[in-house]
Design a protein around this ligand. Sequence first.
Ligand SMILES: [Zn+2]
Length: 541
Amino acid sequence: MLRITGGKVYDPANGIDGEIRDVCIRDGRIVADVEGGRQIDARGLLVFPGGVDIHTHVAGAALNFARAMTPENQRQATPFLHTAQRRAGIGGPTPTTFATGYLYAGMGYTTVVEAAVPVLSAKHTHEELRDTPIVDKACCLLMANNELVLDLLEAGDTERARQVVAWLIWAAKAYGVKGVNPGGVTAWKWGKNAKTLTEPVPGYSKVTPARIISSLARIVDELGLPHPLHLHCNNLGAPGNVATTLETMKVLESNRAHLAHLQFHAYGGDDWHNMRSAAAAIADYFNAHPNLTADAGAVLFGNAVTITADGPWQHLLYQLTGRKWGNLDVENETGCGIVPYTYKGSNLVNAVQWAVGLELLLLIKDPWRIFLTTDHPNGACFWRYPEIVQMLMNAELRRERVKALPAKALKRIVLADLDREYTLSEIAIITSAGPARALGLKHKGHLGVGADADVTLFHQNPDGELLFRYPRYVIKAGEIVVEEGEIRSQSDGNEFVVKPAFDPGIEDYLRPLFQQQYTMSFENYPVELERLEHAKIHSCT
Ligand SMILES: [Zn+2]
């Protein structure tokens, strides 16, 4: 039992905006009242629901590939040193599992979504998620280049496609469905890409990216998944991709969808020499379409590692930068590319990217529909979120930063013209309440009775430090896990999984296909539920 007393509570899901009130916890949940037990004196502290990261890359084969490719980053220690209670981990842009859990918790985050998992390597991903302490976890399954599904769309058999998608979600023990460069990653196996939404994907005559996007969005809604299709649009990173992103949003008009790392999809111009921000055009359309949510995918200057299933984009980035490049095709399901990258304030393209992320966060009016992410570790490392929070809350600081950009950049961005400053309540929405709602995690992102007791207490005026950087306390499932920047306890988190309904007879269709097309036997393919030590299953209706 625990009573947090006298803190200033920010719980936007329940309409509480900076009220002084007590928060009571029993058996890992928020309750109306408790008698006795421990008290935390929270006078002078801000009380927020624990952070929820809707889009990050922290576990699985691609991460291990990136870790192996960047030994130079592994010299960086994590802030939480190895002790008898804590396991060692490498730092840098791709920290190892236990360091990932410590770092997220150390920032006040208690739930993370690994955004890109192929069924073929889902076992490994779950092993790493199980090894990531403290935080609750979920993952999104890569589906927009899965050839079993594309073949059914080609044949016009959408009913069977839906059965196969449902079966694959449960086989992977996933929570949501992700699309990455629909059709483009399949095409990349032959050195091609899918740059328009209406041309057939190479190897198909009827399957276009638009068809994949609309079919998957509809299937996800029909299956009743708590989170809509989670989409990485075509033409990520390319100058002029605003046209593709607007067209994609039109394709999605009759369904729900979540647009991942929108910053990377909001560029005007038509080549690298005239690339400019198109955040305003994206925000205008987005503001008028409440079926959509998005995460920012903001960029900060400094070192990053780009990791994505978008193989053709990674090859282009390698050609542009001459940096190391790794490519991994994942049989007939997806691909993967890795390129270490450094965003520089002096680079015109990077300066525009930096501005676009912030512009989207400021121009999209409803904080319940745009969430704080950096597409970790693509745009910046997740533990730099406090720097973004600070800029969102301070227009003058943003203008100072804009002044340091190359003069040419100023004509290509609108950031310095934006006066909006986020309130603390809005920060609680974009870091916790909003993503929890978009994920359909009803017991996360708020402090109402019955919610999971994930609570973060910040100093009201951090002494020379940024809000969020060192929470005073972080409470996960009712247990104090961080106190004054120190990890106090490292419980295991839960893993959220969905079980959509499907006809078990679909296995008779899939089994022979596996013999022809996969290196793995059908029996070995699904992730066993026992592999997830703390699975919480959401059944769809
Ligand atoms: Zn991502």
